[in-house]
Each structure stands twice: as structure tokens, then as C-alpha cells.
Design a protein around this ligand. Sequence first.
Ligand SMILES: [Zn+2]
Length: 133
Amino acid sequence: MADGKHGIGWKGDNIIDQAGYVRVYRPGHQRADKMGRVPLHITVAEEKYGRCPTREEAVHHIDFDKTNNEPDNLVILSSKEHIKLHWSAYEILKMLFNRGLFEYDEENNKYTPTRFIDCYLKIGEKSDITGNS
Ligand SMILES: [Zn+2]
């Protein structure tokens, strides 16, 4: 967010760090870095839970989108619980891979959906029944 008074690039602007997290300018915050910035998900989780997550804890993005920092998308977990949660998602990925829903693209070194999942994704787009507006 550019602040008109300070111009683009002012230290108070939100940035996206190398890990893909949004960082906000909160000098003096207990989790602030040298530049006075704190990952946004830390501050949102802090408001949601009424306490700051400790360094032994992790704030997990439920939909895996690091830029979705809505309170409903964040949960504070111990590091152990966090790893366990990620492994549970990984197990599902393994299952989907073994059922041929996506495949490894050696040329580009990435996973890509097969035609089957492409079809499924298109159905999902048309019938968003989550009720979110
Ligand atoms: Zn996580």
C-alpha cells in the first residue's frame, strides 16, 4: 500500500518477503524484524487469539495461500502440530497423485493437473456453493 505522503518505496509500505508472506510496518512489535516489519499473518492471528504466537508456534494458512491473511484462514499451532498438519495434506496429495489427478512434468520440474482434474476444476469454477460473496 503506497502512502501518498511518503511515496512508493517508503519503509512503511507493506511488502511481500522472499518467502511470499506479506509484511507490515509495526516498529516495536515483539516479532518485528530489523526493518520494523512483522508478517501480517502474525498480527492477524494475534488479534484473533488475543495473544502473540510464540516463536515455537506457527501460524498456518488453512487454504495454503500465504497472501490470504483473513482471520478465518489462520490457525496458531505448535511446530509439531503444524508439521503433522502439513503431512496430512501431503498424504492426500500422494493419494491424488496415485489416482492420476496430477502428474510430474519433468521438463519444467513441476506438477501439473491431468485432464481429469482440469475438468473437475472447471466444474468447481461454475458451481461455487461456498456461499461466500
Ligand atoms: Zn502451514
